[in-house]
Every structure is written in structure tokens, then in C-alpha cells.
Design a protein around this ligand. Structure first.
Ligand code: IPD
Length: 257
């Protein structure tokens, strides 16, 4: 894996992060993609900046990004981008949001960069090279019991989709140490990768919420599957990410009727 990809992704993440941070409390425009699914002018500006930085370096790469139409390049590389993950948090000045930049080569994730501008935390993973937080290697936890597990989840936009996860939430709440719903899937993955959480599950996420984070967890020694433990792709609509040691127990809870 050529580190020029990493350099460009990190530069884009830091530039976009600076823009996001200086825009907190200064949103000029909010529009709605659904009743509770909002997008701000800052999402769009961050997206423009990230895509411009990437395409300047790699004009023949494809782009899949949350707020714009996908573009197809001639190479086998595709960047999967969330310009602000945790937009609702950002809009309400709740300091838990980030940008997320993943890179696929011929469909396989090879690079993930997630930047939290409020904490100045840069998560970075390269296929086969491990996961890092601000340059320091990170690892998942070794927790093996559900009663010790500190878990996180999220709820998709749309009432029926929210309902779909309420039973899971209740089941984990009754069994785990605690369950949180912080509001940024990309950071949820990163927090599993660096051992702040032991596990994360969610339904109906999009590839841009997951691409970078999934690689972060696997490169930190964790496991990512669908709810039933089967093979996962970041294009799937359900995800279970954990430290590995607690994975089977989480599958069991998710499969409980
Ligand atoms: C959302 C966040 C949230 C998750 C939602 C996502 P967005 O992404 O990751 O945690 O629960 O399902 O859509 O819209 O803020 O980029």
C-alpha cells in the first residue's frame, strides 16, 4: 500500500476538520433529507474540500460521498467519504462528530482515516499495517463477559427503522455494563478500535458511515460481521463490530427473539 494515499487522506481530513471546527455555532443553512435527517452548508463545504484534495492528487479515482452523486474514475480505487458523521450533533454543538474517509482498491478496504476535530484525534488504519490514534498503535479490549461490556449503538433515520433497533437496545441494556448512543457511527467504530468501547452494532448504516471505521476495528484486532456472525461488507445494512472476544455473545443477543 503506497503511503501517498494515506498522506492525501490525512491532509484532506485535517483541512476538513479545521473547517468543521471553526464552523461550530456558525451554520448558515440547514436542509432536510428526511424529517430528522439534516444536512448543513458545512457538510457540503467539507465534502467539496475533501473531494477536491483527493481528485487533485488522484484524478482517475472514483468517489462515493454522502452529499453528492458518485463519480466513476478509470482506476480500481474508490474513496468512500462522510464529510461530517454526526451531523445532528454538529448542528446542535454536541461535540461528538468527525469526518470519515475510506479507500477501496478493487472493492477491498485498504485505508481508513477518521478525524475528530474537537478532540484533535486522528484515527488511521492501513490494510495489514495496524490502526493508530495520533500516531500511536491502538488495540481492541480483551473483555470477554457481557456483564463487563461497554457497548455503543445508533438509530437510523425513520421511525420504523428506529423501532427495528429498540428491542436490541433493550436486550443489551439488560445484559451489558452499559450501552451508549453517542451519534456518530464512524467514531463508534474508532472507539471500539482503541478500546473505549467493547462492541458496536447498528442497522441501516451507509457505506460512508462505515468504510473507514470497519478497517479501523479489524486492523486493531477486532471483528466485524453481520448480526448473525457472517461475512460483512460496508455495503451491508447491518453491522456488528467488537473486540472479537465478545463477538459470539453479542451475536447470541442479536439473534434472540
Ligand atoms: C449518522 C450517524 C449516527 C447513526 C446514523 C448515521 P450522519 O450519520 O453516524 O450515529 O446512528 O445512522 O446516519 O447522518 O450524521 O452522517
Amino acid at each position: 500500500m503506497d503511503t501517498q494515499y494515506k498522506k492525501v487522506a490525512v491532509a484532506a481530513a485535517l483541512k476538513s476538520g479545521a473547517l468543521i471546527k471553526r464552523s461550530v455555532g456558525k451554520i448558515k443553512n440547514i436542509s432536510y433529507k428526511g424529517r430528522i435527517n439534516l444536512v448543513t452548508d458545512v457538510d457540503k463545504a467539507s465534502e467539496k474540500l475533501i473531494i477536491r484534495t483527493i481528485l487533485k492528487a488522484f484524478p482517475d479515482h472514483s468517489i462515493l460521498s454522502e452529499e453528492s452523486r458518485p463519480t466513476q474514475g478509470a482506476s480500481g480505487y474508490k474513496w468512500v467519504i462522510d464529510p461530517i458523521d454526526g451531523t445532528t450533533n454538529f448542528a446542535r454543538q454536541f461535540p461528538f462528530f468527525c469526518n470519515s474517509i475510506g479507500l477501496e482498491k478493487d472493492g477491498q478496504l485498504v485505508l481508513g482515516v477518521v478525524y475528530d476535530p474537537m478532540r484533535d484525534e486522528l484515527f488511521c488504519a492501513e490494510k495489514g499495517k495496524g490502526a493508530y490514534l495520533n500516531g500511536k498503535r491502538i488495540h481492541v479490549t480483551a473483555i470477554t463477559t457481557m456483564s463487563d461490556a461497554f457497548l455503543t449503538t445508533g438509530f437510523a433515520y425513520g421511525l420504523n427503522r428506529i423501532k427495528d433497533n429498540v428491542d436490541n437496545f433493550k436486550r443489551f441494556l439488560m445484559r451489558a455494563l452499559a450501552v451508549r448512543r453517542p451519534g456518530s457511527a464512524a467514531l463508534d467504530f474508532c472507539y471500539v478500535a482503541c478500546g473505549r468501547f467493547d462492541g458496536f452494532w447498528e442497522l441501516y448504516l451507509h457505506p460512508w458511515d462505515c468504510a473507514a471505521g470497519v478497517l479501523m476495528v479489524t486492523e486493531a484486532g477486532g471483528k466485524v460481521t453481520k448480526f448473525d456472525g457472517s461475512e460483512y461488507s460496508h455495503y451491508d445494512r447491518e453491522v456488528l463490530a467488537s473486540n472479537g472476544a465478545i463477538h459470539k455473545k453479542m451475536v447470541k443477543v442479536l439473534l434472540t427473539e
